[in-house]
Design a protein around this ligand. Structure first.
Ligand code: HEC
Length: 124
């Protein structure tokens, strides 16, 4: 993506006034940063779908329904932080298997961020 921007930028430098192309370049650069920022959540989402949604589809819990991933429930159970969620993903609890051996630390954090983000709207 970045090399593409650079070629585009060079073309602009030749064809338009310097100011305009600088603003455009700044804008494109800003967009590319936004794209990088958005990536972890997208990865968290696909990891959640592969590993967790069998039991937690739509933020529910098919085994113990009251232990769902809705905002209020996570808060009541002290599960509303990245570290609490990560701990449970690594070690499991009751009917939930541990994923410590299957997912990396980074992947676990990405899933935890995704859950916190989605719990804000109760997975709507
Ligand atoms: C086989 C079914 C199953 C799978 C797969 C599963 N879980 Fe769970 N999950 C459970 C059960 C059962 C509980 C309730 C555990 C308890 O507190 O007794 C739970 C609880 C949770 C809680 C705490 C909810 C609360 O309100 O206390 C979180 C967070 C959670 N799971 C995240 C995940 C994530 C992330 C994954 C995927 C990496 C995952 N789970 C995969 C069954 C599952």
């Amino acid at each position: 993506m970045i090399p593409f921007f650079l070629i585009f930028f060079q073309k602009l430098m030749i064809t338009t006034k310097k100011n305009v192309s600088l603003i455009t370049f700044g804008f494109l650069f800003f967009l590319s940063i936004l794209k990088v920022e958005a990536k972890p959540l997208i990865r968290g989402e696909s990891l959640f779908e592969t590993n967790c949604s069998v039991c937690h589809l739509g933020g529910n819990n098919i085994i113990i329904p009251e232990k769902n991933l809705k905002k209020e429930t996570l808060k009541e159970n002290g599960m509303d932080t990245i570290s609490a969620i990560s701990y449970q993903i690594i070690n499991g609890k009751n009917g939930m298997p541990g994923f410590g051996g299957r997912l990396t630390e980074g992947e676990i954090e990405e899933i935890a961020s995704y859950i916190l983000e989605k719990s804000e709207t109760n997975f709507k």
